[in-house]
Structures are given as C-alpha cells and as structure tokens.
Design a binder for this molecule. Structure first.
Ligand SMILES: Cc1cc2nc3c(=O)[nH]c(=O)nc-3n(C[C@H](O)[C@H](O)[C@H](O)COP(=O)(O)OP(=O)(O)OC[C@H]3O[C@@H](n4cnc5c(N)ncnc54)[C@H](O)[C@@H]3O)c2cc1C
Ligand code: FES
Length: 267
C-alpha cells in the first residue's frame, strides 16, 4: 500500500562528484523491496511534481531507507541541501520491484550503468540473503558488471560485499575501456539471468544480449515520470502484448513497472 509520509533525514554525504547518499527514517522501510522506488516532494512548491528515486538499501530494523541520486536539476539540487534532522515529504513504496524468486539456483548478472547502479545494491543484498537460506544446488551466484564515466566508481564496494564485480569506465582508467557491455565481452561474463538498471541505450543493448543468450532479463526503466501514481500516463512504455483491460500495447512505468522482462517491452 502506497502512502504519503513525513520522513526524517538521518544522514547525507556526497559520495562522488554531484552524487549524494542519503539515509532517511521512514516506516515505509518495513514494506520496501529491491527495484521499488519512492517519490520526494521538493519543499519549493514551484517545482510541482515529486521526484522519483530508487531504493538503494533498506534497513527494516532501523526503519530506514537509503537513496543515492545525482544532482541534475532544481529538485535534486534542493535534496542535496538536506541535513540530519530535516523533515521531508515522501510517498511510497511505488512500483513492482524485481522478482527475486526467479533467481533461485541461477548464476545472475546484475548490470548497472551510472546512476542506474543504486537499486542493484538492495537487489544484491536481498539476493545474497535469500541465497544464504537456500539448500546447496539452489543458491544464487551473483556477478555484477558496472559502467562508469571514470575511476570514481561509487557504490562499487557496496556491491563487492555481495557479488563478484567487473567494471568498465568510459575513459579506461579502471577496468575495461568503454561501456558495461564492453566489460561483459572483455571479461567473458556469462549468466543464466540478467537484472539491469541504467540509461536507455544500455538497456537496449542488455535486451539484445538477453535475446542472444536466450536468458530472461529484468530491466528497470527509470525514464521520465510525472505523477508517479498511474494517473497522468506521462510514463508509458510500448509493450509487446496488449494490456488485458485497455487492450492497447502500453504499460505505465510507475505502476506496472519500473521493472519489466525485456521481451515484454519495446525499447
Ligand atoms: C523509477 C525511477 C527511479 C529513479 N531513481 C533514481 C535514482 O535512484 N537516482 C537518481 O539520481 N535518479 C533517479 N531517477 C531519476 C530522477 O527521478 C531524476 O533525475 C529527477 O527527477 C530529476 O529531478 P530534478 O528536479 O533535479 O531535475 P529536472 O529539473 O526535473 O530535470 C533536469 C534534467 O534531467 C533530465 N531528467 C529528469 N528526469 C530524468 C530521468 N528520469 N531520466 C533521464 N533524465 C531525466 C531532464 O530532462 C532535464 O534535462 C529515477 C527516475 C525514475 C523514473
Ligand atoms: S507518472 Fe503519471 S502515470 Fe506514470
């Protein structure tokens, strides 16, 4: 059940140039899971729309959620000024999240590009936890391939806590030179299943890879949104099958997504 709440900022720090890491205290942590997101309402009411940000980590015991975001405009610029103790309006938990059960007994590849990497941290954490409770033969092998602009590889160590990590940088300063798809080729990475989040061109390449490997791929689409609650149709993606109710080939990323199996969507 989604609801609007007041959350308290527990901490905030800049972990990379223009990228902020914030923990907030909220009861929504009790129901949040990997791949879902919350929206934050800027205090500057002239900004109108709430801004969607993925859940990067959940601490259910401390009732807290971690978000990691890049400053790109007025909304995120305001969020970057928040300090410990500030009260902010949020709504959540939104979206469907990743289907972890499908990963049982598989070698899974998490593919993240730039600011698409944050939701993979909670995904890897939940997968590793689930795997630790599974019988031998059903456990999950987690491998991550992460793409960055340069050697400022934010969240890399977070993912190293749960998975083997391969990196690509656009300037070649660390790991493979080029995109995350170059890392997958250079390091000869193979997997039974893919989970990915990142810019649209990367997701298109991931879809292509999944078709070549003939494996399922769950893609988190973090494209533009407005209302965030399914009311405005500002976030539709074309689907391969018609919707059972509306009979059109559309899905709302904010409600039916943001995670879709690659074959379900035309991207
Ligand atoms: C489901 C979902 C999850 C997201 N998770 C994260 C996250 O974990 N961390 C993070 O940093 N960002 C995330 N985003 C993107 C984030 O919502 C936007 O960056 C934010 O809303 C921008 O608000 P702003 O007011 O700072 O910028 P605006 O003034 O609204 O926009 C500034 C510039 O950024 C562009 N922009 C805005 N939103 C997007 C977008 N979704 N994709 C590409 N370009 C955009 C605009 O076109 C404009 O050029 C997510 C988006 C979605 C839909
Ligand atoms: S953002 Fe309004 S319907 Fe999805």
């Amino acid at each position: 059940m989604k609801r609007k709440e007041e959350a308290v900022v527990l901490s905030q720090r800049e972990i990379s140039s223009g990228i902020y890491d914030m923990w907030i205290e909220t009861k929504l942590a009790e129901q949040a899971k990997a791949g879902q997101f919350i929206v934050l309402y800027p205090k500057d009411r002239s900004l109108l729309m709430p801004r969607p940000i993925s859940i990067c980590e959940v601490d259910g015991y401390k009732r807290s959620i971690r978000i990691v975001y890049r400053v790109v405009g007025d909304g995120t610029r305001e969020f970057a000024t928040y300090q410990e103790g500030d009260v902010i309006d949020i709504m959540g938990v939104l979206g469907n999240g990743y289907n972890l059960k499908a990963a049982k007994g598989k070698k899974v590849l998490l593919i993240g590009g730039g600011i698409g990497i944050p939701p993979l941290v909670e995904l890897a954490r939940e997968m590793a936890l689930m795997s630790s409770k599974l019988m031998i033969g059903n456990t999950i092998e987690i491998v991550s391939a992460l793409g960055y602009r340069d050697s400022d590889t934010f969240l890399r160590t977070d993912l190293e806590a749960y998975s083997r990590v391969y990196v690509a940088t656009e300037d070649g300063s660390t790991g493979a030179r080029g995109t995350v798809m170059d890392a997958i080729e250079d390091f000869d990475i193979k997997a039974d299943m893919i989970f990915a989040c990142g810019p649209l061109p990367m997701l298109r390449s991931v879809k292509q890879l999944a078709l070549e490997w003939d494996v399922p791929a769950y893609l988190s689409l973090e494209e533009h949104m407005a209302c965030g609650i399914g009311a405005c149709l500002g976030c539709v993606v074309k689907t391969t099958q018609p919707d059972a109710h509306s009979h059109v080939n559309n899905a709302r990323i904010c409600t039916e997504g943001p995670v879709f199996e690659a074959r379900e969507v035309e991207i």
